[in-house]
Design a protein around this ligand. Structure first.
Ligand code: CMC
Length: 439
């Protein structure tokens, strides 16, 4: 069942603002799920004031029809479809299509798009040499961002996308090539020969083949691993206006091409408060496993504001309840690990940390629950993915969301360059001092 789509938020009763003795009326709009926003588009022009919202916790930067989250109820839907419905049937590629083009693909669309992904999987041979320019120790996220930006040098014809057909060409190239770039970044970091994509393999097995096959032995992807990996990519595919997606939109708002905008998204994702948290979670669990600190001590440190320690994989700007992605990944981890004989002591430590935190008033009062990064690392590790590739896998998953948002923004009538303002707190008018007169 599909609710009728209303691309414009509905105007409802306006808000009244009283400021310096004057009354103003501010329009209020309502989205399709009832969430309301005060439209301050004319605020500065009419009052001379701006709003101040550090970290944008109360600011809607756009309207969007891609993903809906109700953080209090733990709801996440892609194009209206609850995330829980993606557990068994669709592939990551179907979900990518859904996010980008707004509907589930027909059989022909799916086949054609899959064929495009196969055709475009190779990267230009000269790009291969660029990997050699990076030191072995280069973090794969740095290589990934640089190489996605470099793709814009090879696809000058896709800098401006006129219609959905051109979007499809660009999206298929990016979604396919990010996988090859990720695998090559990994191979380079290990000093291993690059493995070409295999046209006979599907999206996930092909990625793992390029990462793990050797000239003398072909990696064969177990079905359970393919399914779990597919789900990880799907659960990361979009999350509305998070830091990296907002970055992609911001860069794109200047008219920058899709490749350059997504490269910026990779950089934003890298940080430990965002996608890099999956690495930080593993570091935390390892520290506890090695006996450097007990779970109880770690939680105590995370509560201590002077310690600079946070319980990684916990808390979320939007979810004030369970992150539904974390719950789904926890279930998969519990099922998968025994089946692929990867019993991992870190899973027990994660369970213990969760138990302590969820019964601690500090976490309960602040509504801090496990987020998607808490269990994804354990799963990736069980599948043999090295820790420094975790955030790269997140980026592969998030790419369809970035593309969908970049396109939605470029198609929104009346779009403007994203350019926040500030409240200046620096020096008043100050004279320049020549060097010899400076103290
Ligand atoms: N451990 C300990 N205290 C925390 C944590 C945590 N993980 N997260 C939030 N708090 C505290 C915070 O110190 C603050 O306390 P107080 O009210 O006493 O000052 C309160 O909870 C509210 O936190 P906040 O920093 O205002 O929340 P935020 O919305 O700005 O930040 C967050 C959200 C995800 C960055 C943060 O919860 C965090 O740093 N978590 C750990 C890193 C992490 O797991 N990141 C992955 C996020 S989900 C996937 C993604 O986006 O990529």
């Amino acid at each position: 069942m599909t609710e009728p789509l209303n691309p414009n938020p509905r105007p409802v009763e306006p808000a009244a603002l009283s400021l310096e003795g004057k009354e103003y009326s501010l329009p209020v709009v309502e989205g399709s799920e009832g969430e309301r926003g005060i439209d301050i588009g004319r605020l500065r022009a009419e009052t001379g004031h701006i709003t101040l919202d550090t970290g944008y916790g109360n600011t809607g930067s756009c309207t969007s029809a891609i993903t809906f989250i109700d953080g209090d109820a733990g709801i996440l839907r892609y194009r209206g479809i609850p995330i829980e419905q993606f557990v068994d049937s669709p592939t990551f590629i179907e979900v990518a299509w859904l996010l980008i083009f707004g509907h589930l693909p027909s059989e022909t669309e799916y086949q054609d798009f899959s064929e495009d992904l196969t055709r475009f999987a190779h990267i230009d041979e000269s790009m291969k040499h660029q990997f050699e320019g990076f030191p072995r120790s280069a973090p794969p996220m740095a290589t990934l961002s640089a190489m996605i930006n470099a793709l814009s040098c090879y696809h000058l014809d896709l800098h401006e996308l006129e219609d959905e057909a051109e979007l499809r060409h660009a999206a298929a190239r990016l979604i396919s090539k990010i996988r090859t770039i990720a695998a090559y970044a990994f191979r380079h970091s290990r000093g291993l020969p690059y493995v070409y994509p295999d046209p006979g393999l599907r999206y996930v097995p092909n990625l793992l083949h390029m990462m793990f096959s050797q000239p003398y032995s072909q990696y064969v992807c177990p079905i359970l691993v393919r399914k779990a990996f597919n789900l990880i990519l799907i659960l990361h595919a979009d999350h509305e206006q998070n830091c990296s997606t907002s970055t992609v939109r911001m860069v794109g708002s200047s008219g920058a091409n899709l490749f350059a905008s997504c490269a910026a998204g990779v950089s934003a994702l890298w940080g430990p408060l965002h996608g890099g948290a999956n690495v930080a979670v593993l570091d935390m669990l390892e520290q506890i496993h090695q006996g450097n600190v007990t779970p109880e001590e770690y939680v105590r440190l995370a509560k201590d504001k002077d310690s600079n320690v946070r319980l990684m994989g916990f808390g979320h700007r939007v979810y004030k309840n369970f992150d539904p992605r974390a719950q789904m990944l926890q279930k998969v981890a519990e099922e998968l690990l025994p089946q692929i004989s990867a019993d991992d002591p870190l899973l027990d430590i994660a369970r213990r940390l969760e138990e302590i935190a969820l019964s601690d008033p500090y976490f309960v009062e602040r509504k801090l629950y496990p987020n998607v990064d808490f269990y994804s690392g354990i799963l990736l590790r069980a599948m043999g993915i090295p820790t420094n590739m975790f955030t790269v896998i997140f980026a592969i998953g998030r790419l369809p969301g970035w593309i969908a948002h970049w396109w939605e923004q470029s198609q929104t009538p009346g779009g403007r360059i994203a350019r926040p303002r500030q409240i200046y707190t620096g020096n008043g008018l100050t004279d320049y001092l020549p060097m010899e007169r400076r103290p």
